[in-house]
Design a protein around this ligand. Structure first.
Ligand code: VGL
Ligand code: ZN
Length: 212
């Protein structure tokens, strides 16, 4: 792309130290996507750049420490599978900050998620299921529609959770959705094949190499 595309948005998901090397819930090599994402943000190709930020209160229901459980144990919550995570992205802690090496001044909005103490939230569009069997919206779909966005490009962390759920919800909401594979990193690299299958099923286009 050489011209900015007014109908395309870049969604930069959960680029926070807790998801990078040394962080509480590190992905594989998470910091290695910083330079490519910075380049995309600075490219001028995107009229709309939106960030998401995982932002949990202490004692969040997704934390193993809130249950009698070990990190990465899987349980059921409101009838759906829930992975129990190490404490991560606790509001106002350094690990929850948006990574300082990215140009956040170029983002037009930051969607915080996971603030409800009793509900997890992977996607930038909807929370995970709550006790009423609903997935409350964040308002991101409306924000994008109001700005005339038709296509979204998703990158960030983690490939197999928050970027995947965000991309699937974007496609379901009617946006033409690209998943910038090389600008994502997984919690579980063994899941890559399943992630590709799920994205294809959801109608998301995987772009192998966005960074140049
Ligand atoms: C994420 C697990 C828990 C993510 C957030 O950003 O992918 N994963 N919270
Ligand atoms: Zn989280």
């Amino acid at each position: 792309m050489t011209q900015p595309h007014p109908d395309t948005a870049l969604l930069v998901v959960d680029m926070q130290p807790d998801f990078m090397e040394g962080g509480a819930l590190a992905t594989q090599d998470g910091s290695s996507v910083i330079s490519g994402i910075r380049a995309l943000m600075l490219s001028g190709d995107y009229t709309h750049i939106i960030a998401t930020q995982d932002w949990h209160p202490p004692g969040h229901i997704s934390f193993a420490s809130s249950h009698d459980a070990k990190p990465f144990d899987v349980t059921e919550l409101y009838g759906h599978e829930q992975v129990l995570w190490p404490d991560h992205c606790v509001q106002t802690t350094p690990g929850a900050e948006l990574h300082p090496d990215l140009p956040w001044e170029l983002a037009c909005a930051i969607i915080r998620k996971g603030e409800d103490p009793y509900v997890d939230s992977y996607s930038g569009f909807f929370n995970n299921y709550n006790r009423d069997g609903e997935r409350p919206a964040t308002g991101l779909a409306g924000l994008l529609r109001d700005r005339g966005v038709k296509q979204v490009h998703c990158c960030g962390l983690a490939r197999d959770y928050c970027v995947k759920w965000t991309a699937e919800d974007a496609a379901a909401a009617g946006f033409e959705t690209h998943f910038l594979w090389d600008l994502t990193r997984p919690v579980d690299g063994m899941a890559d094949t399943q992630v590709r299958t799920d994205l294809a099923q959801a109608g998301v286009t995987v772009v192998e190499q966005a960074a140049s």
